[in-house]
Design a protein around this ligand. Sequence first.
Ligand code: SF4
Length: 335
Amino acid sequence: MRPFKYSASTTINSAAQLLSANPNARILAGGTNILDLMKEDVERPDELVDINRLNLSVVKPITEGVNKGGISIGGLGKNAETANHPLIRQNFPLLTQAILAGASAQIRNMATNGGNLNQRTRCPYFYEVSMPCNKREPGTGCGAREGINRMHAIFGWSESCVAVHPSDMCVALAALDAVVKVQGSSGKVRSIPFAEYHRLPGEMPEKDNTLQHGEVVTSIEIPKNNFASKSYYLKVRDRASYAFALVSVAAAIEMNGSGIKQAWLALGGVAHKPWRAFEAERFLAGKAATADNFRQAAEMEMKQAKALEHNGFKIELGTRAIVLALTRAMNGGTA
Ligand code: SF4
């Protein structure tokens, strides 16, 4: 590992100022991703700004504003504490299921909510510094485009990058219409709708999200919903634990009598960002909650998919995963 300066902050402003003053500084929160990347020589910061002393780990109900009745989770809250908080378990079980499907118990105990959003892809070519990678080193090419790309994207990729976002938690947050609150050195708080937080790669795959350098994720707000009892997170992976998703689906349904009032669907393991399945959602609104309609919705969404050489199987897998997740959501979130 290369030498770096260690700085610790006790206020959001001082953390943001330290970061803003050094373009090559990075945040140290749970450290479960940045330290790995530094050991592999993928990330080479010359300064780490430790934000663990900031008071940003609270889970609390939102009592005013547009998200009144929802919940706010702190950017520094640990993933495990967030998943197991009674208010989250009761009102947002989709989020609990998604967090507990990710990583290992040890990592969930250390990893923070803000860090989960900002974690980097696990594309093996990104981690292997002898290989070309536009995300690690812009302009060098994409090792995965012509290489082994079984785990890579089927939606929204570009010739510059075909990586996927690795988070499970973020897939649920996308379906839950979360809002990310960030604060920079000016003290101004920005609210970013979750669908706009992460980016597609385009010509700038080195940029994962719309966070500006110097900004800190202070909290994530989740609006109130009426689908807690009809939601389900399905993760399909190569082994039962500690594996990234081949495809995952966060599904939620609000009924209106015997028909679907609205469905919320987001997919993981298929794009550079959590993929909100808007086509499928539009189709399902006002329809009966039948297996036929679930299949049609899934097929409509998957029509936009474009497979790479080794991941064509994700199209049928994704179709079936959407149908199963919707079915389980309708069954009260049980397998
Ligand atoms: Fe790098 Fe993206 Fe290509 Fe992976 S897919 S090698 S992260 S540019």
